[in-house]
Design a protein around this ligand. Sequence first.
Ligand SMILES: [Zn+2]
Length: 132
Amino acid sequence: MSNEGSLITRAFRGLARRCARCGGPAFVSWFRMADTCPNCGVRFEREEGYWVGAMIMNTIVTFALFGIVFIGLIVATWPDVDWTLVTVASLAVCGLVPVIFYPISKSLWFGLQISWHPLEPHEIEAARARVG
Ligand SMILES: [Zn+2]
């Protein structure tokens, strides 16, 4: 087993906070990702600095939702824009989305990243050795 399933399958597994490789549980709590998959043994952090990609995805999702909420509320209430509502909703999005999306961004990043940079033979061998 190297990369099971299609890109879509791996993306959905990532969105569900599952191991993108096998669908096994990737988290021990909402925020704490396991070092390795308990099912297939793959190490999630493939190299030093690996989670920068997840942080970038988290930032992009937060900015996108902020933009949708900010512009959407202005357009929806134009010309009498409720700036208090716009401010509170924008602050809520910018404060909550990165926290809620944090674990999803990590498992999704892993799922997408192994699609264009498949597991190396030594990673597959190490995963196999972990689960026996
Ligand atoms: Zn797995």
